[in-house]
Design a protein around this ligand. Sequence first.
Ligand SMILES: NC(=O)c1ccc[n+]([C@@H]2O[C@H](COP(=O)([O-])OP(=O)(O)OC[C@H]3O[C@@H](n4cnc5c(N)ncnc54)[C@H](OP(=O)(O)O)[C@@H]3O)[C@@H](O)[C@H]2O)c1
Length: 265
Amino acid sequence: MKIAGKTVVITGASSGLGAALAQRMWRAGAARLILLGRHEARLNQVVRALQADGADAHAVLADLSHEDDVHAVVDWLRAHAGPVDILVNNAGAGAWNFLEDSTFAEIREAMAVPYLAAAWLSSALLPAMRQRQRGHIVNISSVASTLVWPGATAYIAACRAMRGLSDALAADLRGSGVHLTHYESGPIETPYWATHPQSRARVPGIARLLVRPLSADEAADAIIRGVEGQRRHVVAPVMMAAVLRLHRLLPWAVQGLMVRTGFRL
Ligand SMILES: NC(=O)c1ccc[n+]([C@@H]2O[C@H](COP(=O)([O-])OP(=O)(O)OC[C@H]3O[C@@H](n4cnc5c(N)ncnc54)[C@H](OP(=O)(O)O)[C@@H]3O)[C@@H](O)[C@H]2O)c1
């Protein structure tokens, strides 16, 4: 789907990839941007920068791990935004930890955002998309959709849930005119790594050696190319895509290296 002239909703737009994606979507010609986040000051800063550039951008505050907030977002969209063309389920990124070192709340939060938030919002916006036979859902995830490594258990499980949601939803949507892109990323330089310093140490040695982290703008551009090219599955950077291709040929070799060069307590 071409971005130009479209109404775009981006979750987790107050920081990192979501904020970069909002800027890039605006440059690609989006008509209206509705940006979701929890932290008012950060979200307003992103929205004000876009408005100063002439964008029709709006901030909607919501904690997407709460069902009530998701209902409130959907009501706001119906009242103020009109039909949504593109939904980017980007909010997420909890701490990487061994399961036994995670609190129950952290385990629940890891699944609530991204997975539940993406499923709830998609389910609420899909009927109108189906009716118009037009729309695009983008699920942002990580290579943890495919690979596993030690010390990020709840995060990896949630990425698998996102992959399952993407695959099942794409099957549902076949022939409907509504498209879905699952974005599977290697590391991206965003504020995530400063707010979760223990995660950096848990990037497996082999990934550190082979894969250069993307800038948030590079990741956003890969996603935009995926949406405009109606690609079902996007992997970035190119080296990460090569690793996943090798994984399809030699799954135990690649997976074994991810585990053996991973973090140990
Ligand atoms: N950074 C990477 O290396 C990397 C790699 C692969 C995939 N990804 C994926 O990319 C996405 C964005 O990550 P990022 O690196 O840009 O992280 P980030 O800078 O920490 O941003 C995370 C965003 O998610 C929002 N968010 C988190 N919990 C939320 C909740 N309960 N309700 C509403 N919004 C919530 C945050 O909003 P507030 O700040 O307002 O709370 C923030 O806007 C995530 O889904 C992540 O898994 C990142």
